[in-house]
Design a protein around this ligand. Structure first.
Ligand SMILES: Nc1ncnc2c1ncn2[C@@H]1O[C@H](COP(=O)(O)OP(=O)(O)OP(=O)(O)O)[C@@H](O)[C@H]1O
Ligand SMILES: [Mg+2]
Length: 425
């Protein structure tokens, strides 16, 4: 009997031991499972973020795809880690530096799949955006696609770093060619192809895209050329990464100032017509193959728009054409028509400058160029001591755009550093 009782107690002990062991096993198992789940969530956090960004961009693209007649291939934006970009540019090595503008340095990079990219590190002091804001702007820029606009492939936002990754353009930027920094030569057909491409890209930004965008900085260094010298406008939408009062307008060289429309330079009145003025200056540069401001030239030739106007008045516009073009031959009628169109873009009053769609129609002979240009307003970078001429005095000397629709009014820096000259003949 006693034995029986002992055996029963032993069996009960065994049973409770078993229950206890299973309980511990369940708890440990649960903990391990939680840990594994946490690791998985942590490891995939970044890729989840990337996918969400990609999805957003895709959605925007598919909505606008039907509307955008000139759109190139639809694309998805990639999210690059800073490490990837550092490796691609060999630790942002000097030898990979393509150039440095007002937004920060640009490096050539080679991605692991062999693709060449241009990596633009936005300068920190100016870009003070949070990550969400930055990504929203990136999505906005990526949703604007056209064969004559430079493609933004992706971005990186890590800690204080904000980086944009663009497709690399084999023939770099137009300034290198027209300012003689490279020994490439463009014949008239190529120049015309570039002018028309820029006009089409701007037409898309101003009139056809789902967002109305004023570029603000149309100039030769912002025109990139692919392997076939087809142009793509770069840096559009970049001003959105910087606080409005710090929007970049280079004050370092007269070149950038030389592209600026008088109403924007002096009164900060910004509209598409400011881009059209800059486009007019750029066209003259492409045809004459020189900078808009060159103080090494004889005085009457120093400011290109002013020189072009003088030649127009003397019916000597032919003298403006790059002499090297004579060798290949060109249609004088076509070149004259293009210069004429450029002079219309330089009109003092923004309202009488043609819209980009009219310019494209004129260039492609779809409409006749009937208007004759009036004398433009010429701005000179001021060389006398500052403060001699007040802004009010300058502003009175040419018409206001207030009656035109302006998407935003900004006051660019250095507005006081100009002279207006309307009396040069
Ligand atoms: N996608 C690109 N492919 C090839 N070269 C590029 C590309 N983007 C820029 N570059 C080169 O890098 C240089 C610097 O470009 P960046 O836009 O920073 O300066 P910028 O155009 O001179 O001035 P800004 O800041 O006013 O635009 C350009 O002049 C061009 O030669
Ligand atoms: Mg640029």
């Amino acid at each position: 009997m006693r034995r029986l009782l002992q055996e029963e107690t032993l069996q009960e002990d065994n049973l409770s031991m078993k229950h206890h062991t299973w309980g511990v096993f369940y708890i440990i198992g649960g903990l391990v499972l939680c840990l594994v789940l946490l690791i998985i969530i942590f490891a995939f956090r970044k890729s989840i973020r990337t996918t969400q960004l990609g999805k957003c961009v895709k959605r925007e693209d598919s909505c606008k795809a039907a509307k955008d007649y000139f759109s190139g291939k639809l694309q998805t934006i990639s999210y690059f880690s800073f490490r990837t970009l550092k490796e691609a540019s060999k630790n942002f090595d000097e030898c990979n530096l393509l150039g440095e503008g007002g937004f920060g340095p640009v490096y050539l990079g080679k991605l692991q799949d062999g693709r060449l990219v241009a990596i633009k590190k936005l300068s920190l002091e100016k870009s003070q955006q949070g990550e969400e804001e930055f990504l929203a702007e990136v999505r906005m820029i990526t949703s604007i696609q056209h064969k004559n606009l430079l493609r933004l492939l992706g971005c990186c936002s890590e800690g204080p770093q904000r980086v944009l990754v663009y497709e690399y353009m084999k023939n770099r930027s137009l300034d290198l060619i027209i300012y003689g920094k490279s020994n490439q030569y463009l014949n008239w057909n190529m120049r015309f192809q570039i002018i028309l491409g820029i006009a089409r890209g701007l037409q898309y930004l101003h009139e056809e895209s789902h967002l109305r965008i004023v570029h603000r900085d149309i100039k030769a260094s912002n025109i990139l050329l692919d392997g076939n010298f087809h142009p793509r406008i770069g840096d559009f939408g970049l001003a959105r990464f910087f606080p409005e009062n710090q929007a970049y307008l280079s004050a370092t060289l007269a070149g950038t100032l030389g592209y600026t429309a008088p109403e924007y330079a002096i009164r900060g009145e910004l509209s598409e017509k400011a881009d059209i003025y800059s486009f007019g200056v750029l066209v003259l540069e492409i045809i004459s193959c020189r900078k808009n401001t060159d103080l090494t030239l004889p005085s009457e030739m120093q400011y290109l728009p002013e020189y072009a106007w003088k030649l127009y008045e003397r019916s000597k516009l032919i003298d403006l054409i790059d002499s090297r073009m004579q060798k290949d031959g060109f249609s004088v009628k076509d070149v004259m028509k293009t210069i004429h169109m450029a002079l219309l873009c330089l009109q003092s009053h923004p309202n009488i400058r043609p819209a980009m769609s009219e310019i494209v129609a004129m260039l492609t002979w779809k409409v006749e160029m009937v208007k004759s240009p009036l004398k433009p307003t010429f701005l000179h970078h001021r060389q006398q001591p500052k403060g001699e001429v007040s802004r009010e005095t300058i502003s009175d000397s040419f018409p206001s755009t207030l009656e035109t629709e302006s998407p935003s009014l900004t006051q660019p820096p250095n507005s006081r550093d100009f002279d207006v000259d309307e009396n040069i003949v």
